[in-house]
Design a protein around this ligand. Structure first.
Ligand SMILES: [Fe+2]
Length: 308
């Protein structure tokens, strides 16, 4: 895995590198810093008078879930979130006419004996392409507070070009939206939702953990195998992530190689153009249909309310 730090590479070359398994990390930039500040304002208001990093020390977990169930959708759908993403994409040299993003998620990783299911799901090793993401999807990830190795996320680069036996063939994006995602806040003690998972034990080491500063941004392909690091540092981790696709790559159906994803459905109808927040043309979205959309309503894109 190549790790590029503050690379001056243009967006087209960068996407090529990302589709080959490289990861990019950038130092703090003005819009990214503002995005973190904005997230912190919402988080701190929601948990007041608790310290958001130590919620687990005093707040009953059920109350925490109630707060997250209100906080996360507010952040996801806030107009300011979209404007700040647009700013980040401009800072990172993306063409705002051809780059499309989906609404951002606010993730929480609590010390794992407190809450690691449902709305604060601790992700087992997975590729986003097991969850119907296209192979040209790029993930953008930002820590909201300073992070350390023990509350970060990890890549498992050994599996970039090695297939992992998994059950992604049981996952359909439209079906997931209809059923499991809406119920995230109900899974407090355990998470019984069926998700794509490895079906064999994995060698998770060596693993790579990239620790950016607040306001720094990390980019990686949706095909990277990655996971939530079990939080053993005693402080809750808050992070933002969103995803992008580039129109040329969507038309040309290029992106990372598919080594083992077998899910159905597509997230393609969810992305918004950075310039004006319009959706991808229907014609190009239709290139990604596989028949399973016939039972869904792709003209009415899903608005995520859950944790993932
Ligand atoms: Fe993921």
């Amino acid at each position: 895995m190549n790790l590029f730090c503050d690379s001056k590479m243009d967006d087209a070359k960068r996407r090529g590198e990302l589709y080959g398994g490289s990861v990019f990390v950038y130092s703090p930039s003005p819009s990214a810093l503002k995005f973190c500040e904005f997230a912190r304002e919402l988080v701190e208001a929601a948990f007041h008078p608790y310290d958001p990093l130590k919620v687990q020390e005093g707040m009953p977990v059920e109350r925490c879930v109630e707060i997250l169930a209100e906080l996360k959708p507010r952040f996801i759908h806030h107009p300011r979130s979209k404007e700040l993403i647009k700013g980040i994409l401009a800072e990172r040299g993306c063409d705002l006419e051809k780059t499309y993003f989906d609404v951002p998620r606010l993730r929480t990783a609590f010390p794992s004996d407190y809450l690691s299911s449902g709305i604060a799901y601790a992700f087992h090793p997975h590729r986003d392409t097991w969850y119907s993401a296209p192979f040209c999807q790029i993930n953008w990830w930002l820590p909201v507070y300073e992070i350390c190795s023990d509350n970060s996320m990890a890549f498992h680069p050994r599996y970039w070009d090695a297939a992992v036996r998994n059950n992604s063939n049981t996952y359909n994006y439209y079906e997931w939206n209809r059923t499991s995602r809406q119920n995230a806040a109900r899974h407090v003690k355990a998470d019984t939702r069926v998700q794509p998972r490895p079906q064999v034990p994995l060698e998770l080491d060596p693993q790579v953990r990239v620790l950016a500063n607040v306001g720094g941004v990390m980019l990686f392909s949706a095909a990277q195998l990655h996971s939530t690091v079990p939080n053993t540092c005693g402080l809750t981790r808050y992070s933002i992530d969103f995803r992008t696709v580039h129109l040329d790559d969507v038309w040309n159906k290029c992106g990372a190689p598919n080594v083992d994803s077998a899910c159905t459905g597509t997230t393609m109808q969810d992305y918004l153009r950075a310039m004006d927040f319009t959706r991808l043309p229907e014609k190009v979205v239709a290139l990604y249909f596989d028949g399973s959309e016939a039972e869904s309503t792709p003209s009415q894109p899903f608005s995520p309310v859950g944790a993932n």
